[in-house]
Design a protein around this ligand. Structure first.
Ligand code: 13P
Length: 244
């Protein structure tokens, strides 16, 4: 199965970084069974689309409004995203849940808005350190309502909060257990959901990416810090090849 590698720039990078970033990827990369994607700040979608021609990336946003359209200053709607050649958006990233108090109901609404426009929703879930022993309960709550979504346009990303930006990657066993749980939860609800890809994110880097991705349950990676430096990201991706 093709694996999906998504870089998440978060609130980083400047307009002037975009050209040099994609220049690094404008050579023929030996990608087998890998789809590359970037989630960029919405303000950079247009310049990224222009600069990423002849690179292997698809493009997406990091968030979307729960509202359809109207007087919501500062928000970007799914309709607006879909009016550009954008493929997906992240929803429910732990930084949104934590700092912007997004509930699972809001996250679900956002995913529904995206799918109504034919876009993919990458729905992020993951427990904090305090919740680690109850991770199943937490993930189940974060996936509430998931079966109202279209599985054909859905990706789930498991990102344990304690592993994000901390350098403390989850162990392969932790990742395997969480992914097995998510996969079984999804397939219990509806058989159509058993093919939904589940990505891992949290301190993925050049030295651990390949072993994480070689787990059968892992459908791809969601990478923050290690996607920011284009040469480093390119080396990380090239290093995945042999294990797929
Ligand atoms: P890091 O790879 O920097 O830990 O971030 C993970 C993440 O939050 C990606 O969405």
């Amino acid at each position: 199965m093709e694996k999906l590698i998504v870089g998440n720039w978060k609130m980083q990078k400047l307009f002037s970084d975009i050209h040099p970033y994609f220049k690094v990827f404008k050579h023929k990369m030996a990608l087998k069974n890998i789809q590359l994607a970037l989630a960029v700040p919405s303000i950079f979608i247009k310049p990224c689309l222009e600069e990423m021609i002849n690179t292997p990336f698809i493009l997406g946003a990091q968030d979307v409004s729960e509202y359809e359209e109207g007087a919501y200053t500062g928000e970007v709607s799914a309709v607006q995203l879909a009016s550009m050649p954008v493929t997906f958006s992240l929803v429910g990233h732990s930084e949104r849940r934590q700092y912007f108090h997004e509930t699972s109901a809001i996250v679900l609404k956002k995913a529904q808005r995206l799918q109504a426009q034919g876009l993919f929703a990458i729905l992020c879930v993951g427990e904090t350190l305090e919740q680690k022993k109850d991770f199943k309960k937490i993930i189940q709550e974060q996936l509430k309502g998931v079966f109202t979504l279209n599985p054909a346009h859905l990706v789930v990303a498991y990102e344990p909060v304690w592993a994000i930006g901390t350098g403390q990657t989850a162990t392969l066993e932790d990742i395997k257990q969480a992914h097995l749980y998510i996969k079984s939860f999804l397939s219990e609800g509806s058989r159509n959901f058993s093919s939904v890809k589940v990505l891992y994110g949290g301190s993925v880097n050049e030295s651990n990416a390949s072993s994480i991705l070689s787990l059968d349950e892992v459908g791809g990676l969601l990478i923050g810090g290690a996607s920011l430096n284009p040469s480093g990201f390119e080396k990380l991706i090239e290093g995945l090849g042999p294990n797929l």
